[in-house]
Ligand binder design. Structure first.
Ligand code: C2O
Ligand code: CU
Ligand code: CU
Length: 589
């Protein structure tokens, strides 16, 4: 074995001093830290720990660059580039001609050091979405560094095999930095996965899906009208691995597609053009227990899929594509009507246009969310006689039941509410040093969490406490589609009650740290029709770190909070929403 020295987690923390640091985290300390960072502009930069012996070390640099994406002029982008300092040769795989960062490949149990150098003209910080690392290694915005500074990450890979994402996380600028190119895949491998002998090498293909808009000079367009921030920003061109119009030449055998939705807001409903069902072997938190076969799969920003794509038996010359298939209901009703050129019955049209100002809406109009369009094409260019077989069993997952949770009767609420002015969780926007009672979590506990829609004034919750932001049971769903439903909205003088509900939309909610299990989903009556267009593409059997919560939907999940104390974010992974403040911290203590 490569790793002779495998300290226990606790010893590892003590050795690296992380234990102490974690213990020192308190809201006051966090605030002090932030203030210091603002005034000195330097305190988040740090140094390597001489006692930490990495198995792998890489330099990761964020910089501005110009590269060719479309025919003609090159495009200005932001780009993560990386260099291996030490460790296995295969730790970095560059995607040719792409602004995306290289795929980072790690092994469970490895000790990793990553030296992040910020060469952007703005502050930034890297988050390892999906990895279970100490709070101060997680890329919290309070650790953002300025141009020219370095932040050193040191952690042990505790995750099981899976596909993760690294991306920036500076507060208020995550969406724009990701949109302009900062993102990459991070694969963890382990022994359980290795035993399956899944397709690898050229037969394991990363598929990073994004949507962008380009101007006449091939430059990226990123708008920030009120509308863009409220519903999310949508491009009108799909890029795969940073390239337009992608065709993948394949042999007639099984492939493993490692799919990431790295769009800021766009939700996809992935299906094969010829009606072949989708075979899924893994999700955010790694391999499923057994493969699942579905007619299509939903993929929201931040979510990942491990797709078994078997082209065996197909003749040379066969073409097909992976498409986003039609669906409804993820955007507020008026936005959806505008996009699909609807007549804007009731308030939809007229009012919407006036309030939202056209600009960024164009991308969404040219390639509406929920329309039917190709993501990339497949062309069979080689026939092969034999192919690996899909394993019947993939992995074993430690699964928790409600008996394991510390708070069975009182789930931690994540109440989502939206309005053109604010995207909130439990009635509050993101703020440092604003930990509410239900956001304090004992370390090494397992918690029941409930995500639901808490519209406008119903959400309330300014008082914190256990019941903060919780509407009466069942109300979230009932109200939908019924304008002017009883309660007035929180926005004060809005002309109609139920304004909050008008803006109800889908949110991919991401919780940092260890992955969770989804234990139930329920949908309000008014939403059943739209929900029917997505529901067969939701996978519940695996471990997740991001869950698509549809309008009117309530999702219950169980999540462990083990090993590390400190601040761990939870937020909407519609990155425009995140930047608007639809984010909070859990304080694990
Ligand atoms: Cu992928 Cu907190 O984010
Ligand atoms: Cu994350
Ligand atoms: Cu959202």
């Amino acid at each position: 074995m490569k790793h002779q020295f495998k300290p226990s987690r606790r010893r590892f923390m003590a050795q690296t001093g992380l234990g102490l640091l974690a213990a020192a985290v308190s809201p006051t300390w966090v605030r002090a830290m932030e203030m210091a960072a603002v005034t000195a502009g330097a305190s988040a930069a740090n140094r390597a720990n001489p006692n930490f012996r990495p198995d792998v070390e890489i330099d990761l640099i964020a910089q501005a660059e110009s590269l060719s994406i479309l025919p003609g002029q090159p495009t200005r982008v932001l780009h993560y580039v990386a260099k291996r300092v030490s460790g296995p040769q295969d730790v970095l795989t560059t995607l040719p001609g792409s602004y995306l960062g290289p795929i980072i490949r790690l092994q469970k149990g490895q000790k990793v050091r990553i030296n992040f150098h910020n060469r952007l003209a703005e502050s930034s910080i890297v988050h390892w979405h999906g990895l279970h690392v100490p709070a101060d290694m997680d890329g919290h915005p309070m650790y953002a560094i300025q141009q020219g500074q370095t932040r050193v990450y040191e952690f042990e890979v505790l995750n099981r095999a899976g596909l993760n994402i690294y991306h920036p996380h500076p507060h208020g600028a995550t969406a724009t930095q990701v949109y302009h190119g900062l993102a990459g895949g991070l694969i963890v491998n382990d022994d359980e996965e290795a035993r399956l002998d899944l397709p690898s090498g050229e037969f394991e293909v990363p598929i990073v899906i994004q949507d962008k808009r380009f101007d006449q000079q091939n430059q990226l367009v990123y708008g920030s009208t009120m509308h863009d921030r409220m519903v999310g920003y949508y491009g009108d061109q799909i890029l795969v691995n940073g390239r337009p119009n992608v065709t993948l030449d394949v042999a007639s055998r099984a492939y493993r597609l490692r799919v990431i939705n790295a769009s800021t807001a766009r939700i996809y409903k992935l299906g094969w053009s010829d009606g072949t069902p989708m075979t899924i072997i893994g999700v955010d938190g790694g391999l499923l227990p057994v493969p699942e076969t579905l007619p299509y799969v939903m993929l929201a920003p931040g979510e990942r899929l491990d797709v078994w794509a078997d082209f065996s038996g197909r003749r040379k010359g066969t073409e097909l594509s992976l498409r986003s298939l039609p669906f409804k209901g993820v955007l507020p009703k008026m936005a959806e009507q505008m996009m699909h050129g609807g007549s804007g019955q009731g308030m939809g049209g007229g009012m919407g246009h006036g309030m939202m100002g056209g600009g960024g809406m164009m991308g969404a109009m040219n390639l509406p969310v929920g329309a039917d369009y190709p993501i990339f094409r497949i062309r069979v260019t080689r026939e092969m006689g034999d192919s690996p077989r899909l394993p019947g069993r993939l992995s074993s997952i430690r699964s928790y039941s409600v008996d394991d949770v510390a708070n069975a009767g009182r789930p931690i609420p994540i109440g989502l509410s939206e309005s053109p002015m604010a995207m909130l969780i439990n009635g509050r926007p993101y703020a440092a040093d604003d930990i509410q009672a239900n956001e304090r979590i004992p370390v090494n506990s397992v918690q029941l969490i409930e995500i639901f829609h808490a519209h406008g004034g119903e959400g309330g919750g300014s008082h914190g406490g256990d019941s903060s932001g919780r509407p009466a049971e069942g109300m979230g769903g009932m109200g939908h589609g019924m304008m002017g439903h009883g309660k007035e909205s929180g926005s004060g003088n809005m002309p109609m009650g139920g304004m909050g509900m008008m803006f109800s939309m889908a949110h991919p909610i991401h919780l940092h740290g260890q992955p969770f299990q989804i234990i139930s989903r329920s949908i309000g009556m008014g939403e059943a029709e739209n929900y029917a267009t997505v529901k067969d593409g939701l996978i519940e059997s695996g471990l997740k770190d991001t869950v698509l919560v549809m309008p009117g939907e309530k999702v219950r999940l169980i999540k462990p909070f083990q090993d590390f104390k400190g601040l761990f974010m939870y937020h909407c992974h519609n990155l425009e929403h995140e930047d608007m403040g639809m984010m909070r911290d859990f304080l694990v203590e």
